[in-house]
Design a protein around this ligand. Structure first.
Ligand SMILES: [Mn+2]
Length: 447
């Protein structure tokens, strides 16, 4: 036992990657019928309509699950009993640098784990393998059909459903990448908070984050959300205003970093000395709530119960701070608390920031709908060991959602003068990335 755990700690990234590929190979072998093989395509380069300018490439998730290489027209061929084959299409090109070393430092490990075949054109694949015998998984069904692959074998649900479902549970290698992506992201968040407290604009804060994480904008796992004051109440606020805001009250920044294709997804809300004291206290309360929810995480818990805990916590804070004039239970039953937290408490996380399979019933497919009171909840899964997801309760003052309550039945339930004082403070979200352990949770964002 001691020997094993010491060995595990000593394993290099290359070793955990090798074991990740071995685990994935086994998973595919369970899913594939005898003699069946599947070709997984990273994707094709896309262009803006009527333009020769390419759209930033993002490899298909089930390809990225095998390889930390973000290139178009790369393929993995999996057949039970064989070493997986990796077809790298690297064109002869003097316009772009086509060398692959820049993507990852795992290149030697990739050569160990795969039978690597270098090709100068996608047409070379048909010469290497009988494509008509393969299943195809990927974003270019027209290409697959043109290779003679039958429609029934292109993105077959019988393959995709078990693969999507399995993505929620991470290998040791994947968890390590997510830990690193969190460490990097936190460096960015510290720089962002410092820039904000020094009077920086959204634009300056955004750049401070990227600089500290050593990321180009297109390398982030999703578009940074950087909102000062009322912009913090726009859930996916997309602009980065160049204007400095004198005496800004708070910064909400939702931003992550990425390591070998795995992204972190972290949100922090930082008050300044100008923050309304009630909002300042709500921020402290939301941090405590977020950590309480994380403390409830363990195998066998249904993810929607974490969401219910978040809504209940928001309701408590509304009562404690005199924003609500009715009991917590009434805020929940009448769905008034939901107007202050109109999103779900989180989502699966991994190769995709909203990772696949969040609503899937089981490995065969099916769907578990979110509860009617919270249709935006992105995960309805049962928690199991080594699942990774976010926990991100929020509390916002969104005029569009509050205005109907102001004039309706709820007008007596809420303290409108205080709400009007708090609308200029925007909103709060606190988000960490969580791994389920055998008995509880590992908070990847607070280690
Ligand atoms: Mn998130």
């Amino acid at each position: 036992m001691t020997y094993e755990s010491a060995t595990a700690r000593a394993e290099t990234q290359a070793e955990t990657y090798a074991s990740h590929v071995a685990t994935l190979t086994k998973k595919y072998e369970q899913i594939l019928a005898a003699g069946q093989s599947v070709l997984i395509h990273s994707g094709s380069e896309q262009h803006y309509f009527g333009d020769d300018r390419g759209i930033v490439f993002q490899a298909f998730g089930h390809f990225a699950h095998w390889l930390p290489v973000n290139r178009p027209d790369h393929f993995v061929l999996v057949k039970a009993g064989d070493k997986p084959r990796y077809f790298q299409v690297v064109p002869q090109d003097f316009w772009y640098d086509q060398s692959l070393q820049i993507d990852t430092d795992l290149e030697p490990a990739i050569h160990e784990a795969f039978d690597v075949v270098r090709l100068s054109s996608i047409d070379g694949i048909a010469k290497q393998t009988d494509l008509t015998a393969c299943d195809y998984l990927g974003p270019d069904p027209a290409w697959a059909a043109a290779q003679g692959i039958a429609q029934a074998k292109i993105n077959a649900p019988a393959l995709l459903a078990p693969l999507d479902f399995a993505r929620a549970v991470k290998t040791e290698y994947e968890i390590d990448q997510l830990r690193l992506a969190n460490q990097q992201g936190l460096v960015g968040h510290a720089a962002a908070a410092e820039c904000f407290l020094g009077g920086g604009s959204e634009f300056e804060i955004h750049n401070a984050f990227l600089q500290a994480c050593s990321l180009l904008e297109y390398e982030t796992p999703y578009t940074n959300i950087v909102g000062l004051d009322t912009n913090a109440a726009v859930l996916h606020y997309q602009h980065k205003s160049r204007a400095r805001v004198p005496n800004a009250q708070l910064l909400l920044i939702d931003a992550g970093s990425r390591v070998n294709g795995y992204g972190s997804d972290i949100t922090r809300t930082t008050p300044s000395q100008h923050c309304h004291p009630v909002m300042d206290s709500l921020i402290t309360g939301m941090v405590a709530l977020e950590l309480e929810i994380v403390a409830s995480v363990k195998p066998g818990v249904a993810y929607p119960s974490l969401h219910d805990q978040a809504i209940a916590g928001v309701a408590s804070l509304l009562v404690e701070h005199g924003i609500a004039k009715v009991a917590k239970s009434e805020l929940i039953e009448r769905r008034l608390a939901h107007a202050f937290m109109p999103h779900g408490v989180g989502h699966l996380l991994g190769i995709q920031v909203h990772d696949v399979g969040g609503h899937q019933r089981n490995a065969s497919g099916g769907r578990v709908e979110p509860p009617a009171h919270s249709p935006a909840l992105r995960t309805t899964r049962m928690l199991s060991e080594d699942m990774v997801f976010t926990v991100e309760p929020g509390l916002y003052f969104i005029p569009m959602l509050l205005d109907p309550l102001r004039t309706g039945d709820a007008r007596e339930a809420l303290h409108w003068p205080l709400i009007d004082e708090l609308i200029p403070s925007g909103g709060i979200r606190i988000e960490d990335n969580i791994r389920v352990t055998a008995t509880g949770a590992e908070n990847l964002t607070r280690r």
